[in-house]
Design a protein around this ligand. Structure first.
Ligand code: MN
Ligand code: MN
Length: 470
């Protein structure tokens, strides 16, 4: 006779999410995954993610805040900075100084940027010299097809945007690696030293120009092509953002199609979920709902478009100004009474590397839902903005009453590594903030792995949070 396992109501539910989710929800989960995969395949840079979001928001009735003189409940506006950071806001019924319900994710991802003077020739081969962006493991970025996305500003201020390598009929680029036959010395090095930052040179062309006095004939040929296509000369590289990212689309993964493989899931998996959660709001919410898609998180949130800047509070001040709330006290109350899910990814227990996992059910596991992380930081919670237990309880309640599968955990073992998000910059305003998002395998690698179920539960959780009536 089969013995049925008796589960204690007192124990944390750690059952696999695929066994807990209602079958009726599966079509909605699959539809969500499809839409997310399509976004991930298109929005390969923060500029593309920004433009995608602004365009979609406009379709949903959002307008730039500058187009509105007065704001009232139901109004939908956005405030953008430099085409790389954007804040969307839907004005709620309650006075905004009662606080907002906010979601904040980042749309920048680890990648390889070009140096100011990237183009050079060596041994009759043309290369781009690069400087990587964010915490990449360099050895993972060689011998892969890479695509280029350029935003070039000419001296006269005109802009040329281009992309090569994403479509199947376009060429790609690659950083070459040593053949194993000659890699004995390289193989003795540590992983961190085997491929260095200065090794990350992209091979971009091999054909010389025919009739010229020029010494660097292959470089000259590349310049000719760039001039023909984009009207560029070498000096234009100096005033450009040119990024190399893994070429091609995101895909379903696994025989059971339960996962997603794609570039940039940290943190576009959360940014997309947050953005879509807001776009799905068809009624005027009780509390003003806001979604922040930000830049520069991967390099410490510096710069005018990073969350260490005053972009966010300036944006909120612009909104308040249009509600005739112009005192600093109004701004302070609005910010400090807001509640935010800092929408960012987490790590997962990977049985290939069990030695780094936080033990005793403190390591997030794939398919157990979105992850609420009370604190980040490592080695004594260093740098963490720990959420209050009161706020954690609120989030628990929101998720549990809305059928959102969730789990908690730490990023890894106590004395190992650690990381930060935008949470502590937002916590400076005194608002309740907690990190929340799905876990990934191979985070920061050219292709990261997520679970459809965890991605879907994140979106579901974000929707519930934006609609939270407190
Ligand atoms: Mn992140
Ligand atoms: Mn990251």
């Amino acid at each position: 006779m089969e013995k049925k396992e008796i589960k204690s109501e007192l124990l944390l539910n750690t059952e696999n999410g695929w066994n807990r989710i209602d079958d009726k929800e599966l079509p909605s989960l699959e539809a969500y995954a499809k839409e997310y995969i399509s976004f991930l395949s298109k929005a390969k840079t923060e500029r593309l993610a920004h433009d995608f979001a602004v365009e979609k928001a406009k379709e949903k009735g959002y307008v730039s805040v500058s187009e509105k003189e007065k704001l009232q409940p139901g109004d939908k506006v956005y405030i953008s900075h430099s085409g790389r950071t954007v804040f969307f806001i839907l004005i709620g019924k309650k006075d905004i100084t009662e606080g907002m319900n906010l979601l904040g994710g980042h749309i920048d991802c680890p990648r390889i940027d070009l140096k100011p003077n990237p183009l050079y020739e060596d041994s009759e081969l043309a290369f781009f010299d690069t400087h990587y962006y964010g915490g990449i493991r360099k050895y993972q970025w060689v011998a892969l097809p890479l695509a280029v996305h350029g935003h070039v500003v000419k001296q006269d201020g005109s802009v040329v945007n281009f992309s090569v390598g994403e479509n199947e009929d376009e060429p790609v680029f690659s950083i070459t690696d040593l053949l194993p036959h000659l890699a004995q010395k390289q193989a003795e090095k540590t992983i961190a030293e085997a491929v260095t930052g200065e090794n990350l040179n992209l091979l971009i062309g091999t054909v010389p120009v025919k009739s010229t006095e020029a010494k660097l004939k292959v470089k000259e040929k590349i310049l000719q092509i760039l001039n023909e296509k984009y009207g560029m000369k070498e000096e234009d590289f100096n005033s450009a953002d040119i990024q190399m990212v893994p070429a091609g689309k995101a895909r379903e993964m696994g025989f059971d199609r339960s996962m997603i493989l794609g570039y940039g899931q940290d943190d576009r998996i959360c940014s997309f979920a947050a953005f879509k959660a807001l776009m799905d709001m068809n009624e005027i919410p009780e509390y003003t709902a806001g979604v922040l898609l930000c830049d520069k998180e991967e390099v410490g949130s510096y710069g005018a478009t990073g969350m260490q800047s005053f972009f966010f509070e300036n944006a909120v001040a612009e909104v308040l100004h249009r509600m005739e709330k112009t005192s600093l006290v109004d701004l302070n109350r609005t910010l400090s009474k807001s509640k935010m899910l800092s929408a960012d990814v987490n790590s997962l227990h990977d049985p290939n590397f069990p030695e780094v996992s936080s033990p005793n059910n403190n390591m997030p596991q794939m398919n157990r839902g979105t992850i609420i992380q009370k604190y980040t930081g490592a080695r004594g919670k260093s740098g963490a903005s720990e959420a209050s237990p009161e706020f954690v309880a609120e989030v628990r309640k929101i998720f549990n009453t809305n059928g959102v599968l969730w789990q908690t955990g730490e990023l890894g073992k106590v004395d190992l590594g650690g990381s930060g998000t935008i949470a502590y910059y937002m916590a400076r305003y005194g608002m309740d903030v907690i990190d929340c998002g799905p876990g990934l395998f191979s985070m920061h690698a050219p292709f990261e792995v997520s679970s459809k179920l965890d991605a879907y539960m994140t979106w579901k959780g974000f929707k519930a949070f934006l609609n939270y009536k407190r």
